[in-house]
Design a protein around this ligand. Structure first.
Ligand SMILES: [Fe+2]
Ligand SMILES: [Fe+2]
Length: 289
């Protein structure tokens, strides 16, 4: 099914809406400027007081285990790191600015699932120690991987609810499969359309775009396979088990475990460790109201 042009235009314009990412766009540009330090970036983030408060709160979360209390956004930026700052700002902006009246539950559920996927992605990257694969990047991809769904809850709500209704009835189809079958497009397509002008680095764009079909990534992308596996671990985890609305747990790409050199034992260890990690990440859940 072809997506009508007017719909495509609408989605492409999401990034230009006044509510969306004024501070995120400035930050993304700044992050692509190699002359700026992480402190400079923190300073830019500090110009948006509500964003600054959230960033400081996250840097103080038990997840980072910093013994000294962080009180300013520059120090918070150093703790989080550039990439994570960028992904957090983008995802918080998208989640904060889109809350269609009937989609509140979905929004919170998707955010919790995204945090779990981020944590699982980092654990996988740390476990496999693959050269060139950064645990921070894996974390960021997890945070952002389903923001296309958030855009759908706001701008394509009828489509989103049609898919949700099918998933609630059929326990065999994953949400992504149902999207493809019913709508002819999926939340990963929406992500691609909405981020066209965002200048996301490939290390972030590719894994998110291909997290359901990592074999189709234009170049071999271990990050896409990591995101694929992390998504499944997060879906399977009892700690974040999203409700029946999401349909069957998405499948791990057949080649994924071999491609990233992750054994079944390591997979199980990560799944077992995840609830503990999420417990440390409570403030991540709380920053999205
Ligand atoms: Fe997804
Ligand atoms: Fe997901």
């Amino acid at each position: 099914m072809a997506v009508p042009d007017e719909l495509l235009d609408k989605i492409r314009n999401i990034s230009n809406l006044p509510t969306l990412p004024a501070s995120a766009a400035i930050l993304t540009d700044a992050m692509n400027d190699p002359t700026l330090s992480v402190r400079n970036i923190g300073n830019i983030a500090g110009q948006d007081p509500s964003l600054a408060a959230k960033v400081i709160r996250l840097a103080n979360s038990s997840y980072y285990g910093i013994p000294k209390r962080i009180t300013n956004v520059e120090d918070a930026a150093v703790v989080l790191g550039l990439r994570v700052m960028q992904a957090l700002v983008l995802s918080m902006t998208v989640f904060d600015s889109m809350h269609g009246s009937r989609s509140g539950d979905s929004r919170k559920t998707i955010w919790k699932h995204s945090i779990a996927t981020a944590a699982a992605g980092r654990l996988i990257a740390e476990k496999i120690e693959m050269p060139g694969v950064s645990p921070d990047d894996a974390f960021c991809a997890g945070l952002l991987h389903d923001i296309g769904k958030i855009a759908m809850t706001q701008y394509l709500r009828d489509d989103y609810e049609r898919v949700t209704a099918v998933c609630m009835q059929s326990k065999e189809m994953s949400f992504h499969e149902a999207e493809k079958r019913i709508l002819g497009y999926s939340h990963t397509d929406v992500f691609e359309w909405m981020t066209e002008s965002w200048n996301l680095p490939d290390s972030l764009f590719v894994p998110v775009r291909y997290h359901h079909e990592p074999d189709e990534a234009p170049e071999n992308s271990p990050e896409a396979f990591i995101c694929n596996v992390a998504d499944c671990i997060a879906h399977e985890s009892k700690a974040v088990r999203s409700n029946e609305k999401t349909g069957a747990v998405p499948k791990i790409a057949e080649s994924a475990m071999a491609k990233i050199g992750l054994s079944a034992e390591s997979y199980d260890e990560i799944a077992k460790d995840l609830p503990k990690q999420l417990d440390l990440m409570r403030s991540f859940v709380e920053v999205i109201g």
